[in-house]
Design a protein around this ligand. Structure first.
Ligand code: GLP
Length: 261
């Protein structure tokens, strides 16, 4: 795992967007794993700008989102389908047929989960997976105690997650209590993972995920097992890390990051 500290939210999102853009330029048929949440909005805003100003081409790119609420239609204002459409898809030249999210309205949810896994396999697996982190330490909706080898499935949402996301709903009591999410095992199979966390509210959980033990209580900690995972944080989200100076030294001295200094 690598940890990169950027001065503020914007700089952290910039770095994530530049890495995505760089990979997309090398491989226009990139299979991108997408994440939702307010942290990602800045990344998508920058990617839209790169599309408009620097011709970043999404026409052949394929995407798979991490998760979707059970019971919400794709057209629902709080669905992750809508989130992706509003923040990214409608602004760039992506072919919507190449964008995938699990259906929260599938009559047979287990079959939907299996179908989703099969689609990822058929696409050749995920090249680059974007991740946020919930205050419960989740990646996707892999709530505490999720098996670290889990696959796409339905999960009950933890009270902390409901508390974090319910205010986004017009009627917070209508927030779904379950979601379909890629499993931790599914995420760990992506060839590269990029986790972005910003703001002081994420400082505790980032310290646990990066410097704490690998535990199903904090599913983001499973990323310590991933051969190519970069965690990008702003100063605020880095607030509780013990080894900040070491991470800065690595970023300044690792040749891979020279172009991004
Ligand atoms: C939701 C998503 C997660 C995301 C999290 C972070 O719970 N399922 O994938 O990481 O939100 O949200 P925010 O960026 O708004 O803090």
């Amino acid at each position: 795992m690598e940890l990169i500290i950027r001065p503020d939210r914007e700089a952290a999102a910039q770095l994530v967007a530049r890495i995505v853009a760089g990979e997309l330029r090398i491989n226009p048929r990139l299979v991108l794993g997408m994440a939702t949440g307010s942290t990602m909005e800045a990344v998508y805003r920058i990617l839209v700008r790169l599309h408009l100003k620097e011709d970043l081409d999404f026409s052949q790119c394929r995407t798979f989102n991490l998760d979707e609420y059970v019971g919400l239609a794709a057209s629902h204002g709080n669905s992750y389908h809508q989130f992706m459409y509003e923040h990214l898809f409608r602004h760039v030249n992506i072919d919507l047929r190449n964008t995938h999210l699990p259906s929260g309205l599938a009559p047979d949810l287990d079959a939907e989960c299996q179908r989703y896994e099969a689609m990822i396999q058929d696409a050749g697996g995920i090249d680059l997976q974007l991740l946020g982190i919930g205050t419960a330490g989740h990646i996707g909706f892999n709530e505490p105690l999720s098996a670290l080898r889990s696959r796409t499935r339905v999960k009950a949402l933890a009270p902390t997650t409901i508390k974090q996301n319910a205010p986004l709903f017009d009627d917070p009591s209508k927030m779904p209590r379950r979601a379909i999410t890629m499993g931790v095992g599914t995420i760990l199979e992506a060839r590269r993972c990029l986790l972005l966390a910003t703001g002081a509210a994420k400082a505790d959980i980032i310290a646990q995920a990066v410097e704490g033990p690998i535990t199903s209580m904090v599913t983001a900690s499973a990323l310590q097992l991933h051969p190519r995972c970069t965690v990008i944080v702003d100063e605020q989200a880095a607030g509780k890390l013990k080894e900040k100076e070491y991470y800065r030294w690595i970023f300044e001295n690792e040749p891979e990051w020279e172009a991004y200094q």
